[in-house]
Design a protein around this ligand. Sequence first.
Ligand SMILES: Cc1cc2nc3c(=O)[nH]c(=O)nc-3n(C[C@H](O)[C@H](O)[C@H](O)COP(=O)(O)OP(=O)(O)OC[C@H]3O[C@@H](n4cnc5c(N)ncnc54)[C@H](O)[C@@H]3O)c2cc1C
Length: 478
Amino acid sequence: MDDAQDRDSTLWGFAQETSQSYSRRQRTWDTTWTNWAGTVTSRPRLTTAPPDATALLRTVDRAVATGERIRVVGAGHSFSPAAATNGIQVSLEHFTAVESMFPHPDNPGEHLVTVGAGIRLQELNSILAGHNLALANLGDIDLQSLAGAFSTGTHGTGVNLPGLAGFVYGVRILVASGEIMEISPHKNAHLLPAVAVSLGALGIIIAVTLRCVPAFHLHAHDKPTPLAEVLESLNGPDGLIHSNDHMEFFWFPGTTGTLLKTSNRVPVDAEQKPHRATQLVHDTRAWIDEELLANGLFQFTNSLSARVPALAAPVNILASRALTAREYVAPSHEVFVSQRRVKFVEMEYAIPLEALHDTFVDVMRIANRKDFSVQFPVEVRTGAADDLWLSPAQGRTTAYVAIHQYQHSRYREYFDTVEEVFRSVGGRPHWGKMHTLGSEDFAQLYPHFGDFHDLRASLDPRGTFTNHYTNKVFGRVS
Ligand SMILES: Cc1cc2nc3c(=O)[nH]c(=O)nc-3n(C[C@H](O)[C@H](O)[C@H](O)COP(=O)(O)OP(=O)(O)OC[C@H]3O[C@@H](n4cnc5c(N)ncnc54)[C@H](O)[C@@H]3O)c2cc1C
């Protein structure tokens, strides 16, 4: 039997077991998959979006029996090849239903919301808002799938708040044996710190219970601020990091300017000041900042600088000067999230907070090098320590420093040089972003790395949920 026939008969086998529409969806096996940034391409042998847990279980059973590899893909927004596979690519796009919402039994003020793991954050945010609830913190976009986001340690900013995985109260996960395990503080509790950031390497997360908070608004200030002033005022109880619920800044290489963004919680009945969509219609200045600079003009200047690298510095100076201060009050998820239409590549490391100042100064020197022609800002955020085995913030209050480059520009030497700086302070890379580390490095960086390896070996002894990336970062299971 040749390869094509083999694929067809396998497909037919699947099709017989499931509904007609499901079998049609599976016939997309011949397509090439690419992630958002265009940095990863793969050709899954089969792409499938099971309609329910029974169909998903059949897919997993069959893969285990035939020695096939499975990767779940969320929204494909990882810059790393975390989701890539040449085996079976599973999408949980039909696992989006909200199953339950009730007050947290032990923590008044919080709600526990159980939802399908494939839901996109955007949809989840709007459902939560409809029930006067919210996620306590978010990253800067909302296009990711819920499980894809927390499985890689996705985070926002706020020194007292963990990343998304820190709000996972429990999961339902399908493991290679075919068992659907409940993991929560009441069942298999010891596995929760392992599964919360696990890159799909322990099994397929089907549903998630999240700790949610009452809906809140954020009072936000976006203010162009000299870099020297930002660096001087970062620390101390009254410093930018500790005196704001959320603080981040973007520094434009080749300039002395930053865009400093702070936001603080206000009650949901606080008077709103228009934000984004509404504001854009009425306020030309906001439109220039938000649309033209952040997306349209930025796209133009980046593609220009990609062709003429010497233009990167002058363009950065112009862009940083053109930004204006803005103040707004809006529902939390609207403030957290931005549009990111200009495609870029990114490396982000989590470093100990106390190393931030000196590390940033080192990164700055590198990003200012003319030969690197850096077009994109360096971004700084913070996060609380957590106790999740593979969370980049495990065991320490964290600063996240991210470097970017325009999608079509040279980035490798810039990233490699900065990565040395990150590594020199015990930095841990974001699992969904670019880095060059392997399992031996991670064994030094994470105290529970060996425990995770053992758990993987027991839950997935045949390596069903592996790909090149998991082999590289976790080692082979067998
Ligand atoms: C424009 C942009 C902005 C970003 N902003 C931020 C930010 O502010 N903060 C931040 O921390 N990160 C950010 N990221 C990174 C992004 O949040 C992560 O890479 C995230 O994993 C992407 O989610 P996804 O749904 O696309 O997952 P994918 O990239 O599709 O998958 C990620 C991993 O999750 C696994 N997975 C997916 N679903 C499941 C499941 N149901 N069960 C088990 N495993 C599963 C996959 O197998 C894979 O290993 C950004 C990325 C982009 C492109």
